[in-house]
Design a protein around this ligand. Structure first.
Ligand code: NAD
Length: 467
């Protein structure tokens, strides 16, 4: 990407200053990101506000055609987007390619959705219809683990519902969002999408901005609470997709080796930096040894490398702050359990950790209680199913979870008792833009994706006619 620019009112603009973007595979700066200040934020919000009446009045099929054109343009330049995503985020190139294609797929899925008026009553006395209206300007705030995908999860429904957008990516992964801004500049009317970058300082100004009607936020639970607090003063609508501590519970009839392989993938995808990665595995006592041995074997043979290198399976940790947090957590793992694979920093430039398996840990160990957000999996033993379900639920988080079993009925009964927005059976991390995704407890408020996700970008309005 030659010269990254902000997108404000259809124009590609410089910021007030620049900030280095670091390649996590080398630790070196490779690009300069333009930064906005509050004055540029005000300009972007004013542009989005000015663009709203015409955009929301535009027939939905025309809006859908433009959202589809964005998907086409993204797909046509998938190679360029994937390379840039690997350089800024760290994930292996094939996984970056999957994120780019998934982002285009998400835009297409939303372009196909319609929220038709719902007839609630129609008789001789009267007729009642529920309509869905756009909200106005949406502020979209995204984290650094899936910068492109998570932006599309917000842009797709916001635009289809008739809103205009001011988006802000995470400071350590701004470049793919800015490159996408170039596509928006070519395809959309000025002001419909605006993209600004910051040094982690513009969030409060966005969430308290009087002319932003809704904040769609994906990030940590801690920041999500601040977003909700700041949004209260102007009664903004909020959707919060927050942290998780997903438990995978293996039932005693599951195949231990095959299940260990699939749980390993669910824990280590994107170097564990996934809101719905498997963050704790609960395994019956009778298969604990074989299960831990297989996980440790998989961790030892996994290829950890710069994502641009062919064969890389696990890339670096995305940024230094997260890397330092994980290093501290690894120390506590060594004290609170037994490391059977990994546990160390790889001696090379960049932010690389060995995939780590920790066994013989208690429920109160830091690695079990906290969201690690890295390639470190604790494996816990259990005897009784009811007891392990209670242990899995003893968390403030409630994002995802999974049950692994040869018996679908038994697994479904266990899944129904897990206090999470999504519980998978014999899989984990299976997301689809047409299926709503939401967090229970401290993992979020509201839905993203699916028709429910689209509704979150609208105001329901009742037309009540007396006959
Ligand atoms: P973060 O909360 O630190 O940052 C997320 C975004 O919020 C960034 O763009 C950041 O600049 C911005 N921000 C910072 N302070 C703000 C404030 N006061 N007001 C408004 N915005 C502010 O999260 P992160 O470290 O970038 O991402 C990792 C976290 O995100 C993990 O907890 C992960 O589980 C979560 N996550 C959740 C989902 C989900 O769908 N539930 C998806 C991906 C990541």
């Amino acid at each position: 990407m030659s010269d990254p620019k902000l997108l404000i009112n259809g124009a590609l603009r410089d910021g007030v200053r620049t900030m280095d973007v670091i390649n996590p595979a080398t630790g070196d700066a490779f690009a300069a990101c333009p930064l906005a200040d509050e004055a540029l934020l005000d300009e972007a919000v004013a542009a989005a506000r000015a663009a709203f009446p015409a955009w929301s009045a535009r027939p939905i099929d025309e809006r859908a055609a433009l959202v589809t054109a964005l998907a086409d343009a993204l797909q046509a330049r998938a190679g360029e987007f994937s390379q840039l995503l690997t350089r800024e985020q760290g994930k292996p190139l094939d996984q970056a390619g999957m994120e780019v294609m998934g982002a285009a797929f998400t835009l297409r899925a939303f372009a196909a959705m319609r929220l038709e008026p719902v007839l609630l009553k129609d008789d001789e006395k009267g007729k009642i219809v529920e309509l869905r209206k756009p909200l106005g300007v949406v502020g979209a705030i995204t984290p650094w683990n899936f910068p492109l995908m998570l932006l599309m999860n917000k842009l797709g429904p916001a635009l289809m519902a008739g809103n205009t957008v001011v988006a802000k990516p995470a400071p350590t992964t701004p470049l793919t969002s800015l490159l996408f801004g170039g596509l928006c500049a070519d395809i959309l009317p000025p002001g419909v999408v605006n993209i600004l970058c910051d040094d982690n300082d513009l969030g409060p100004a966005m969430t308290s901005h009087p002319d932003i009607a809704k904040i769609s936020f994906t990030g940590s639970t801690e920041t999500g609470k601040k977003v909700m607090q700041a949004a209260a003063a102007t009664l903004k609508r909020v959707t919060l997709e927050l942290g998780g501590n997903d438990a995978a519970i293996v039932l005693d009839d599951a195949d231990p080796v095959d299940t260990a392989r699939r749980i390993f993938q669910g824990a280590m995808a994107n170097a564990g930096q996934v809101c719905v990665a498997i963050k704790r595995a609960y395994v019956p006592e009778a298969m604990y040894e074989i299960f831990c041995d297989e996980l440790a074997r998989l961790a030892r043979v996994a290829i950890v490398d710069d994502g641009t290198r062919q064969g890389a399976q696990i890339g670096p940790i995305q940024n230094r702050t997260q890397f330092d947090k994980l290093k501290a957590l690894l120390k506590s793992c060594a004290e609170e359990g037994q490391l059977v694979a990994g546990g160390d920093v790889i001696d090379r430039p960049g932010y690389f950790l060995s995939p780590t398996i920790v066994r013989d840990v208690d429920d109160d160990a830091a690695i079990v209680r906290e969201e690690q957000f890295g390639p470190v999996l604790p494996v816990l033993k259990y005897r009784d199913l009811d007891d392990v379900i209670a242990r899995a639920n003893a968390s403030d988080y409630g994002l995802g979870g999974s049950i692994w079993s040869a018996d679908e009925e038994r697994a479904t009964a266990a899944a129904a008792q897990i206090q999470s927005g999504t519980v998978w059976v014999n899989q984990h991390l299976a997301l689809n833009p047409t299926i709503p995704f939401r967090g229970a407890k401290s993992s979020g408020i509201g839905a993203e994706l699916g028709a429910d996700g689209l509704k979150e970008y609208t105001q329901a309005s009742i037309i009540n006619i007396k006959r």
